[in-house]
Design a protein around this ligand. Structure first.
Ligand SMILES: Cc1ncc(COP(=O)(O)O)c(C=O)c1O
Length: 379
């Protein structure tokens, strides 16, 4: 079905930060499967783990326990700082859907509302679409599940006013991803933490895009020093292999019992093995430690471009904001010149490259981007 406006390229392979198309042309990929391939394409360690697991056990069903899923749950628990129980899903939307069900069950009868942010993106299932704060994406699909309200991002007073006696949770991304790469302020997340605690609602962070090292910590909440009650992950968790996860603190997680939620494929050993190998490789190569330096380098390079009025974001999730709404044309021109980036807003170009990218590759990316900007903006 025509659900995507696709680029005029068919990709046939990739290695590290490079993609190759069917014509044999190479691209420097600063989008990384939309923040999914933290280790780059076709990482050998993840490929080996998948091959080994595929030859051993792929889908025993959730009637049984399996070792990779339980090891992954432990890994997620440890990465959070030693808290939380885990539900494994297959995507970001599914992880958020599970989190929404979980907080509703935890909050109890009569408390079902979720306060979300304008401009947010949480997925395309009906509930996660309802949570998504972009009205254009709702069109044609109403009525959506009830109970989702949207207020201004980074406005703690607006969230405070929106929480009432029927509220179960507050759900936010630590950095709006699809909404234009807009980071939360520390004060905002701290205020949400205090608000959630005071009013006994759950604080849920959608870390689908910000997670797995992108900000230089395993999770963006650690970069902010604000711990949620629940967070969700997907995208880079399996370095591109479909997987999602919900991590919830014990008391909330305990409200899910047998039969409350499930997934045929969720927690399958194949995807779990890919995620374990991703954790190992990110850790083994100390890639998180290198994020601040690469982020600073890219930020400075982008700030030096003549048409860039602002660079915003966190870690290796940055957007170059232009003075005019030509981001789409600039990205199209960049693609022709061999660079993959995307227009996350009419005036903003997003970089979410593999964390393995080197400073010289970042320099190359900015050089291509500059030439694309020259071409489009001089026209
Ligand atoms: C913050 C956030 N949440 C949820 C999703 C949905 O994830 P998926 O496409 O895996 O369902 C996305 C995807 O872009 C996302 O950026």
């Amino acid at each position: 079905m025509e659900t995507y406006s696709r680029l005029p390229i068919t990709v046939s392979g990739g290695k590290g930060v490079r993609l190759v198309d069917t014509e044999g042309r190479e691209y420097l990929d600063c989008l990384g499967g939309i923040a999914s391939c933290a280790l780059g394409h076709a990482d050998d360690r993840v490929a080996d783990a998948i091959a080994r697991q595929a030859a051993s056990l792929v889908q025993p069903s959730n009637f049984f326990r399996n070792v990779p899923a339980e090891q992954l749950a432990t890994r997620l628990h440890e990465s959070a700082g030693g808290w939380g129980r885990v539900f494994l899903a297959n995507s970001g939307a599914e992880a958020n859907e599970a989190a929404i069900k979980l907080v509703r069950k935890w909050a109890g009868r009569g408390r079902f509302k979720v306060v979300c942010a304008e401009g947010s993106f949480h997925g395309r299932t009906l509930a996660t679409l309802a949570a998504t704060g972009q009205a254009a994406k709702w069109e044609g699909f109403e009525p959506l599940p009830a109970g989702f309200t949207h207020v201004t991002y980074n406005d703690a007073a607006a969230f405070d006013a929106a929480v009432d006696s029927e509220t179960a949770a507050i759900l936010v991304e630590p950095v709006l991803g699809e909404g234009g790469v807009v980071p939360a302020t520390r004060e905002f997340l701290e205020a949400l933490r205090a608000l959630a605690t005071d009013r006994s609602v759950a604080l849920v962070f959608d870390e689908v895009q910000t997670g797995m090292g992108r900000t230089g910590n395993w999770w963006a909440f650690q970069a902010y020093g604000v711990t949620p009650d629940v967070f969700t992950a997907a995208k880079a968790l399996g370095n591109g292999v479909p997987i999602g996860a919900v991590v919830a603190r014990d008391e909330i997680a305990a409200t899910f019992g047998p039969g409350d939620h499930g997934s045929t494929f969720g927690g399958n050993p194949l995807a779990a093995a890919a995620a374990l190998a991703t954790f190992d490789a990110l850790e083994g190569d100390h890639l998180l430690d290198l994020v601040p330096e690469k982020s600073e380098f890219l930020r400075r390079q982008l700030e030096d471009l003549p048409y860039v009025v602002e660079v915003r974001g966190l870690g290796l999730m940055l957007a170059a904001v232009l003075g005019t709404n030509v981001a789409g044309s600039v990205c199209a021109s960049a693609l022709e010149k061999g660079l993959v980036v995307n227009a996350v807003a009419p005036d903003a170009i997003r970089f979410v490259p593999p964390l393995t990218i080197t400073t010289s590759e970042l320099e190359e990316a900015v050089r291509i981007l500059r030439s694309a900007m020259d071409e489009v903006l001089e026209r």
